[in-house]
Design a binder for this molecule. Structure first.
Ligand code: BGC
Length: 805
């Protein structure tokens, strides 16, 4: 232990008190024992430090900071070094604001295009997500503070986010949902990691020994502190026993008593508490020193410029018919669309940054050399049809050579706390596009949206520029791409489907029940579409450029490849070279091909470069459920190198020595996992993949019943709470602005009342509420009252003791 000297001076109460937060974003201090408090702040695309009233949903104001493009955006750059630069700048701002732990990046897998938080995550592919996240973590931690990759793990939906149970087979868990975290932990050594809200195969992530002990700490060698998501602790003692260090936010002293009781009753040992405390003290002392030594200022202009560069390098050109882009200087353009004036540049929720300044597309255009024919709003942001706005826009479009149409998803469509209900742009925007295209064929759509969309309207535009959510300087980056100041080089980090119905998870995503079956197994995103042979709108890794590239001279070996890439066009640009591994004759089923390496190479016009892409221990491995380890199937592999998952330019063949492990599926019937047709998987087949029966999915009246589910209970009071919340939720959605508080409460389990009320509600009181919901109205109520009195008295006594320690 590193901090035995401090630990041995603490009594059990003091030790336990340090393992939960002191406020919404600060840890507890014990000044008499030389333990200071540190601050943790979001987030993934800029610092959200709240100087005044704090909340974990981005509701109250925070100190101004640079809003960088969201992770979904920077992922399209496929450039971990860019992620590192962004991370370093964010970390510098955090340290300047005396923040010790920056709560990001988020690297959950984009299992479904509808997950409301996809804008915060990198990719559907764990290799790309892991490499990008590792870049961010390295950058943040260069400042001596801690990064906190999140949400560990299998947390790919918002519905019932604090209480949904992800049912996933071990191989899929390891290969898809954990590999990104493995990369970030091993390659960037984050000082903390955030456990997710959800359960995994029946056990909360935060108290999951398999996840936190066996895998994170033992297999990957993680030595840092595990921090719960805010209110994500279910059984704090089990968390501490199984590897979770710090419960956040301030849960009240009841949580301290719970931990002490667990030690006293022998449920956990004091050694478990000491081990966690050692991790916490290391985090606190190490990062506190870094924060104290850091300058209190930073160069906001330089960070703005970096944000613009990051957005520019992440823009994906999805269509460019007839080479309409880049535009020539002096081109007369009409600017249409509400997003041109009021950009949509970040997502809603805990990641929302109070930006230092925000560029608008209209303002940036004035410096571009293009000639403006005027601006028209075109549509109402929240989707209400407005014929007058449409007609004004059509009239303006007739007056210009080119129409720059700024479309996108509005704020309610993408937010923490709520999944999208479809993948469509508002009908009013599509009607406008059609009307404008009817009078001016040169329509260029500039799209602001943090997740993929259906694009059946593509025929109505000549060019489609996908800016994703570009941060506070994103508008300027769009102008840079339009004029050719930046040659677009971004490529999609997620597949864009033709229609949501094509998604392999459509029948098993964010259902109403407690369990979510990850029935598609390994076949997430392109792994599904390519194996099952289904067409898509834009494949994974797709993106156009103003120049062209040729690939030649592939030399493939088991430890890496080299090849030559030549810029055969007329302008300088960057190409993202992607390497996929395939084994067409595999005995052990696997996706048709998987990303195992990539490189971004900058080339002047006419220039050639040799590109080297190493292959690491993850290139050929698969998780074998029989040997419970990583194995390699021996034999021939194809090394496929190309410009997207669907545009393979060179293929090499190599032979790899296998580990000789037995085929774990020898006698198991898994026909659809062999073909990739996973939308056809029956209950029996999924149970066979899981190796156990599919768990029952029943709403139970217990601590984990959500407030939204109280309607299923037996308490009239509960029915009223659920009905009122439901009504408020519907109203807030109709208003077009997400009410994150209502969303959070609707999906919040009863036990979180004891974790999110600053100590006002204890777990004993929650148990009274559960009894109430079970129909024991009088006993339940009495229990709540008795426990409330007990809680007030015990809290006061404990706070007094801790203050004087
Ligand atoms: C989010 C986390 C965030 C935390 C603190 C939670 O609601 O899930 O991502 O870091 O709040 O704001």
């Amino acid at each position: 232990m590193k901090h035995a000297d401090i630990i041995q001076t603490l009594d059990l109460e003091q030790k336990c008190a340090l393992l939960s937060g002191g406020t919404v974003f600060d840890t507890r201090a014990l000044p008499g024992k030389n333990v200071p408090s540190i601050t943790l702040s979001d987030g993934p695309n800029g610092v959200r430090k709240q100087a005044g009233a704090a909340d974990h949903l981005g509701l109250n104001p925070s100190v101004p900071a640079t809003c960088f493009p969201t992770s979904a955006t920077v992922a399209n750059s496929w450039d971990p070094a860019l992620g590192e630069a962004v991370g370093e700048a964010m970390g510098e701002e955090a340290a300047a604001q005396e923040v010790s732990v920056l709560l990001g990046p988020g690297l959950n897998i984009k299992r479904s295009p509808l997950c409301g938080r996809n804008f915060e995550y990198f990719s559907e592919d764990p290799y790309l997500a892991g490499k990008m996240a590792a870049g961010y973590v390295r950058g943040i931690q260069k400042n001596g503070i801690a990064a906190c990759p999140k949400h560990f793990a299998v947390n790919s939906q918002e519905l019932r986010r604090m209480a949904s149970d992800s049912i996933v087979d071990e191989r899929t868990l390891r290969e898809i949902y954990l590999t990104g975290f493995e990369i970030v932990v091993k390659e960037a050594k984050p000082k903390t990691i955030m456990s997710s809200y959800n359960l995994i195969n029946g056990t909360y992530a935060n108290e999951n020994a398999h996840l936190l002990k066996d895998i994170l700490r033992k297999d990957w060698g993680f030595e840092g502190a595990v921090v719960t998501d805010w209110g994500g602790s279910n059984d704090h003692a089990l968390g501490v026993k199984n590897g979770s260090t710090l419960e956040m936010p301030f849960p009240g002293d009841d949580s301290v008593r719970e931990l002490m009781k667990a030690v006293e009753s022998g449920k956990i040992s004091e050694a478990d508490v000491d081990a966690r405390l050692d991790e916490l003290l290391e985090l606190v002392l190490d990062t506190k020193a870094a924060v104290e030594a850091a300058p209190r200022t930073f160069d906001a202009d330089a960070h703005h410029a970096l944000a613009r560069r990051a957005a520019g390098e992440s823009i994906v050109l999805l269509k460019n018919e007839g080479g309409i882009l880049p535009l020539k200087a002096g081109e007369k353009v009409a600017v249409i669309g509400d997003f041109a004036k009021t950009p949509r540049y970040q997502g809603a929720g805990s990641s929302a940054v109070n930006s230092i300044k925000v560029d608008s597309f209209l303002d940036c255009l004035t410096e571009s050399g293009l000639v403006s024919a005027g601006y028209a709003q075109g549509f109402e942001r929240q989707g209400k049809a407005n014929d007058t706005l449409k007609q004004e826009a059509v009239a303006l479009a007739q007056n210009a050579n080119v129409v720059l149409l700024c479309m996108g998803l509005d704020e309610i469509k993408e937010s923490e706390g709520i999944d999208r209900s479809n993948m469509k742009l508002a009908q009013s925007q599509l009607d406008l596009l059609a009307a404008v295209a009817a009078v001016n064929p040169n329509v260029i759509v500039l799209l602001s949206a943090g997740s993929s969309l259906e694009t059946e309207w593509l025929r109505d535009c000549k060019a489609l520029v996908y800016g994703c959510l570009g941060g506070q300087a994103g508008a300027g980056a769009l102008v840079d791409v339009l004029t050719g100041a930046v040659c677009p080089s971004g490529k999609l980090a997620e597949t864009w489907v033709n229609g949501y119905d094509d998604s392999p998870v459509k029948d098993h995503f964010a259902g109403e029940g407690r369990t979510v079956q990850y029935r598609e197994g390994l076949y997430v995103g392109y792994r599904y579409f390519e194996t099952a042979g289904k067409p898509v709108a834009f494949p994974f890794g797709y993106g156009l450029s103003y120049t062209t590239f040729a690939y030649s001279g592939l030399k493939a070996a088991a430890d890496g490849v080299t090849l030559t890439v030549t810029n055969t066009g007329r302008c300088a640009g960057a190409e993202i070279v992607q390497l996929y591994v395939a084994k067409p004759d595999a005995k052990i089923f696997r996706p048709a091909q998987e990303l195992k390496g990539f490189a971004k190479v900058w080339l002047e016009a006419g220039e050639s470069k040799t590109v080297t892409i190493p292959l690491d221990d993850k290139a050929f491995r698969y998780w074998n459920i029989t040997t419970d380890g990583w194995e390699v199937e021996g034999g021939k592999y194809l090394i496929r190198v190309g410009a997207s998952s669907d545009d393979i330019c060179l293929t090499g063949e190599i032979t790899v020595l296998g580990t000789g492990a037995p085929n774990p599926y020898q006698s198991v019937e898994l026909p659809h996992y062999r073909t990739g047709e996973v939308t056809q998987v029956s209950d029996e087949e999924f149970a066979a993949l899981l190796g156990r029966p599919i768990p029952e999915d029943k709403i139970k009246i217990d601590r984990n019943m959500t407030l939204g589910e109280l309607g299923h209970g037996r308490s009239p009071l509960g029915w009223i709470v659920a009905a009122v919340l439901g009504q408020l939720l519907r109203r807030s959605i109709q208003r077009g602005k997400p009410d994150l508080n209502i969303l959070f409460q609707y999906n919040m389990p009863l036990r979180a009342l004891a974790k999110m009320t600053n100590g006002a509600i204890s777990m004993g009181m929650v148990d009274g509420i559960v009894m109430e919901a079970q129909g024991f109205w009088i006993i339940g109520l009495l229990r709540v009252i008795v426990e409330a009195v007990k809680n007030i008295v015990l809290n006061a006594q404990m706070e007094n003791r801790l203050k004087n320690s």
